[in-house]
Design a protein around this ligand. Structure first.
Ligand SMILES: C[S@@+](CC[C@H](N)C(=O)[O-])C[C@H]1O[C@@H](n2cnc3c(N)ncnc32)[C@H](O)[C@@H]1O
Length: 251
């Protein structure tokens, strides 16, 4: 990415087609307040929907980690001192990626393992229904993170009528087939989930980056909340969809 693109990124309205590693390495060190990554989960599937498809098939878990780790390292390098990284995964790879993130950031920079309870989907007769994703949150510097926690109504009798900090399990409905915000992109995340992350972990006017932007959920929410955004995705169909969602020129 050239200097012009870097300047555009700092100004904060960028959606480009690029490999995640190349995109992360193109950003100036310390330039980004918040990174949200929703990479392929190592599901062994090709995810297909009306608007696009992406491949999540790997020769092995080692192969997957060898691909993802340099992206996580480059992500760390573009974070501001008060910045933080959220990595969205599930039961397949989250524990292995947690070990890598502890090494990359330092264990003292690990803040939360957030559990997203999404509810939808089928179940197997062989084990408990898998109904949550894992979101790992790391600070660039130990205890240096910007954080304005969301509040929820307290339920205990002692705190009746008061609010308390949202806990680390988030009951946010996944997009069902009728959801108005659904764009037909495979594994599209709900805006409500990104609202929690962006409002709490990026200051107003700050820069949010997402190197697996897909349908542009992170960028759309960042803009709605008055934050700047840098979004990229390898897929031309994803970038076209995200640009249309944001009302940006599609070519
Ligand atoms: C789980 S989806 C992201 C969905 C997105 N959060 C949304 O709400 O629409 C993962 C995305 O990673 C993209 N992707 C896969 N490999 C990539 C790579 N090497 N570089 C950049 N993007 C990649 C896919 O095209 C896909 O859009």
């Amino acid at each position: 990415m050239g200097t012009a693109m870097q300047e555009q990124a700092i100004a904060g309205r960028v959606l480009i087609q690029a490999d995640a590693l190349e995109a992360a390495r193109s950003l100036e060190p310390g330039a980004v307040d918040l990174i949200y990554l929703d990479p392929p989960f190592a599901s062994g599937r090709i995810h297909q929907a009306r608007a696009a498809a992406f491949c999540d098939v790997w020769a092995s878990l080692e192969d997957y980690l060898a691909w993802l780790v340099p992206i996580l390292e480059a992500s760390r390098d573009c974070l501001a001192d008060s910045g933080s990284l959220y990595v969205h995964l599930d039961w397949r790879a989250s524990h292995y990626v947690k070990v890598e993130l502890d090494r990359i950031f330092g264990r003292d920079c690990f803040l939360n393992h957030i559990v997203w309870l999404y509810g939808l989907g089928g179940s197997s007769p062989r084990y408990w229904p898998r109904k949550h994703d894992d979101i790992l949150w790391y600070a660039r510097r130990p205890d240096g993170q910007y954080f304005v926690p969301a509040q929820v109504p307290a339920r205990s009798r002692r705190m009746r009528g008061q609010s308390k900090k949202m806990p680390d399990f988030w009951d946010v409905a996944a997009l069902n087939n009728m959801a108005a915000e659904r764009l037909g992109y495979p594994t599209q995340k709900p805006e409500a989930l990104l609202e929690l992350i962006i409002e709490s972990s990026c200051p107003p006017g700050g820069l949010v980056a997402d190197f697996f932007a897909g349908s542009g959920t992170t960028c759309a929410v960042a803009r709605k909340l008055g934050r700047r955004y840098f979004g990229s995705d390898l897929s031309a169909a994803a970038v076209a969809l995200a640009r249309a969602r944001l009302g940006e020129p599609t070519s």
